[in-house]
Design a protein around this ligand. Structure first.
Ligand code: G1P
Length: 286
C-alpha cells in the first residue's frame, strides 16, 4: 500500500485570531521556533510522508508565499553563516514536495478534504488538522502502520470527560481497546452528551484510504449544515474496517487564543535558543 500524501486543511479565516489573522494566516503564526503549519509538515515528514497537500483559501496568499522556495533568501543566509536555517528552508523540494489546492467556499471539513482528491498520491493518505500540534510523529506513524495492516482507514483518538464530547466527532468502538487500538463500528459528529456512543473523540489526525473521496462526493449537509468528514467515515465503517488509535503523545490544541498561548510557552521552553531565558523569565514571575 502506497501512503505518501498528507492533506492539511488550512482554508479557515481564523476569526478567533483577528485582527492578526487579517493578514497573517493562523497557520503561519509562530509557535516556538516555527509556524504551526511547519510543525505539522515536520510531523508528517518524520512519519514517512513526502508529499504535502495544503487546502488553502485565495484570501490567504501568505500560505502560498511561505510554501514557495526562495533561493535568494537561502543564498543570503549561507553568506551570513546561517547554514542551519538555510538547510531547514531547503528541505522543501528536497525532503518533501507540496501542492496547494483551494477551497472556494467553507462547506465543511469533508468538503475541504475532497478538494485534495485530484492531487493525492497513492492508496491512502493522512489528514492533519493544523490546529493540533503533536509532541511526536509516532502517533501518525503508528496510524499509518495500522492502515497498512488492516487495509482500512484509521482515526486518532483521545478519551475526554463526558461533558466535552459534543465539540467533537465521537466513535462507537466495537470493544475495548487492545494495545491502544480499537475497531470502529460507527462515528457521530458532535453528539449531545447523552447520545454519545463513547467518550472517545476523534482528534485531528486521520490516515484514510482513497475510496473515502467517493463517499465525500455524495455527502449531504450534516452537523452544523456542513459536509462532515465524520459522515463519510461512518459510511466507510459500515462497509469495511475503520480503526482508532489512542493518542499517547503530547498534544496542543491551538485553535483558540488560550491554547495557542499555552503551546507557544510549552514549545518555546523546549527551544534550545530561547528556552533557558524564557524559563528564567517565567520563574521570575512566581
Ligand atoms: C473537526 C471534526 C471532528 C473532530 C475535530 C478534531 O471538528 O469534524 O470530528 O473531532 O475536528 O479537532 P471542528 O473542530 O472542525 O469543529
Amino acid at each position: 500500500m502506497e501512503v505518501r500524501s498528507a492533506v492539511v486543511p488550512a482554508a479557515g479565516l481564523g476569526t478567533r485570531f483577528l485582527p492578526a489573522s487579517k493578514s497573517v494566516p493562523k497557520e503561519l503564526m509562530p509557535i516556538g521556533d516555527r509556524p504551526a503549519l511547519q510543525h505539522v509538515i515536520d510531523e508528517a515528514v518524520a512519519a514517512g510522508f513526502d508529499h504535502i497537500v495544503v487546502v488553502s483559501n485565495v484570501a490567504k496568499p501568505a500560505v502560498e508565499h511561505y510554501l514557495t522556495p526562495d533561493p535568494r533568501l537561502v543564498a543570503d543566509l549561507r553568506e551570513r553563516g546561517r547554514d542551519d536555517t538555510a538547510d531547514r528552508l531547503e528541505a522543501m523540494g528536497r525532503d518533501w514536495t507540496v501542492d496547494i489546492v483551494f477551497q472556494e467556499r467553507p462547506l465543511g471539513l469533508g468538503h475541504a478534504v475532497g478538494c485534495a482528491s485530484e492531487v493525492v498520491r497513492g492508496d491512502a493518505f493522512a489528514v492533519m488538522l493544523p490546529d493540533e500540534i503533536m509532541g511526536a510523529h509516532t502517533l501518525l506513524a503508528r496510524m499509518t502502520a495500522v492502515c497498512r495492516e488492516s487495509g482500512g482507514g484509521v482515526v486518532g483518538l483521545l478519551r475526554v470527560p463526558a461533558d466535552e464530547v459534543s465539540a467533537y466527532g465521537v466513535i462507537e468502538p466495537e470493544g475495548p481497546l487492545s494495545d491502544g487500538v480499537v475497531a470502529v463500528r460507527g462515528l457521530v459528529e458532535k453528539p449531545a452528551p447523552e447520545e454519545a456512543p463513547s467518550d472517545l473523540i476523534v482528534i485531528g489526525r486521520y490516515v484514510l484510504t482513497v475510496d473515502v473521496f467517493d463517499r465525500i462526493r455524495t455527502l449531504t449537509p450534516g452537523s452544523g449544515g456542513e459536509l462532515q468528514l465524520t459522515d463519510a467515515l461512518r459510511e466507510q465503517a459500515a462497509n469495511g474496517p475503520i480503526h482508532g488509535v489512542l493518542c499517547e503523545v503530547e498534544r496542543w490544541d491551538t485553535g483558540n487564543p488560550v491554547g495557542f498561548a499555552v503551546a507557544a510557552v510549552d514549545l518555546g521552553l523546549r527551544d534550545p535558543v530561547v528556552g533557558p531565558a524564557l524559563a528564567a523569565h517565567l520563574d521570575s514571575l512566581r
